[in-house]
Design a protein around this ligand. Sequence first.
Ligand code: PRP
Ligand code: URA
Length: 208
Amino acid sequence: MANLHVIDHPLIQHKLSIIRDQNTGPKEFRELLEEVSMLMAYEVTRNLPVEEIEVETPVATAQCRTMNTKIAVVPILRAGLGMVGGILKLIPTAKVGHIGVYRDPESLQPVEYYCKLPVDITDRELILLDPMLATGGSAVAGIQFLKQRGASQIRLVCLIAAPEGIKNVQDRHPDVDIYVAAVDECLNSHGYIIPGLGDAGDRLFGTK
Ligand code: PRP
Ligand code: URA
């Protein structure tokens, strides 16, 4: 599909294989998720506009290009938090919003509980972060949050996606570009991505 970008760089795939491993503990999981997010940011920002400028070097004038786009990164709590640091390393001027959505374990429906965004989000390119795109309910709700507050330029960045979640986002928000490091096989009966990596929030914060 036109708006799905699978970033299959060897560095990302290598690190993802360690992240998936059930023997990888929270410390390494956090470090690797941050590193992979930083590497993904390189591709996610590839087609942002640049402006021609002149820079005086010690010996001559150089024709250069600079980025003036205002960006905000918006993690979906909790697990999206693990991706923020890596993106900010590459885009330190980005503002950060937060959206709280959890998935009801019985119905698998998203429950919204928090939203705090930069006041000027209508002027910003938004990068919505969540490592897991399972049914897609949380991402669809998160994108809806942003659109209701006037955002129009939204990119969704996930580590692992299920085909079901990709289809859900594409059906509901066909204008949103989706960036993932892997498209997995399917969901199990509890809505977990197979093979996936388990519960991203629990693995990130050591809560189970
Ligand atoms: C996880 C994950 C996504 C969501 C994906 O969060 O971080 O937000 O599930 O599932 P979906 O695509 O079916 O909506 P969870 O609900 O476990 O909340 P948590 O991050 O607070 O643990
Ligand atoms: N949320 C997760 O953290 N993992 C999954 O596999 C599905 C939803």
